[in-house]
Design a protein around this ligand. Sequence first.
Ligand code: CAA
Length: 385
Amino acid sequence: MQYFFTDEQKTIKDLARRVAEERILPVRAELDENEEFPWPVIQDIAASDLFRIFVPEEYEGLGGGCLELCLVMEEFSRVCSGVAISFAASALGSYTLMDFGTDHLKKKYLPDIAAGKKLAAFALTESTAGSDASAIRTTAEKVADGYLINGTKQFITNGGEAELYTIIALTDKSKGARGASAFLVEKGTPGFTFGKKEKKLGIRASSTCELVFQNCLIPEENIIGKPGMGFIMAMKLLDKSRPGVGAQALGIAQGALEAAYDYTRQRVQFGQPLVTQPVVQNMLADMAIQVEAARSLVYAAARNADSGSKDYTESSAMAKVFASDAAMRVTTDAVQLCGGAGYMKDYPVEKMMRDAKITQIYEGSNQVLRNAIAAELRKRKAKTE
Ligand code: CAA
């Protein structure tokens, strides 16, 4: 299928594939087994300048959009989505600053993010606020010399490893989601510590950690955008980042399809390679259709987000939901096609199946996103009535 990439986009995709094959592939099993944060690989990615992709040129980035980030995510995830999400979470942690922060804050933080010297993270989720993100309880009280943050954020990707955190906290508890604001908090700020580090089913190279704020004083200038706009900014951020989760799922599915195809060509049973069996060919064909349909929707959603369109909630949600469901199906079938070998850790497909699961859960569970898609349908219908 032709996707009409520019020469620059083709170069980015090729570079990401090279980094994935040369730097990530040799260590992926070890990173997964040891649940080890991939710092050496992060340094290799930084050396390749791929962290610059999502940062604007005036802050030492390359000014890429959602599509360029998706191309990198797809290539990294084809090999190891734990590394891929550690990379992309830095974009997630920086987008609110890029889109709504002051020039002063952008100059202060973005060049190091672009260089990959520092990682960023985004913190919305709390123990009482998962799908119901507006139920957050972390507070940011205005005091004479800044804001005093109190509360605990849960399941934060890059938690403990990132230097810079975009957090959503309530500046006016009485207003609920409408009283939330966004802030930047640096690692090492007194009153900011790390709690439980999670042990996970998949994406085990990535770090997932609690953030604990106890009377953590941050300067007034570290607020991003206007007080009270934090929830809306978070929702807009997620609209922008969800095609990236779709690309993560797409990459996982592509990797699983390739691994299953190679296995069925080599594995001989009943005197013939498995791939000669029609039942196996049917499964491979269905997997290939799922992967290509996911790819089309992810690229279309990323292009829509980059188009300047004000509202891309629906297309982003559709791409994330479809690609993650496809990844779960394709990786499960890949394990099936590889049989006993597929179930063993010597083959990559069981890791891909474990990794695929989170793409149906984070950055909006597929259930809550289906609600959002249905709400858009209702809105459109109401307009025509
Ligand atoms: N863009 C702009 N504004 C939006 C919006 C969007 N996409 N979605 C909602 N809003 C606005 C609404 O217009 C509404 O504004 P008003 O108060 O002016 O009416 C306000 O936000 C509240 O909207 P809803 O009433 O629809 O929201 P709700 O309180 O019912 O909450 C929801 C529902 C939080 C939007 C939910 O549907 C949802 O998306 N949950 C998923 C949360 C999520 O994605 N969390 C991910 C955490 S980050 C993560 O996972 C990262 C990682 O680990 C890598």
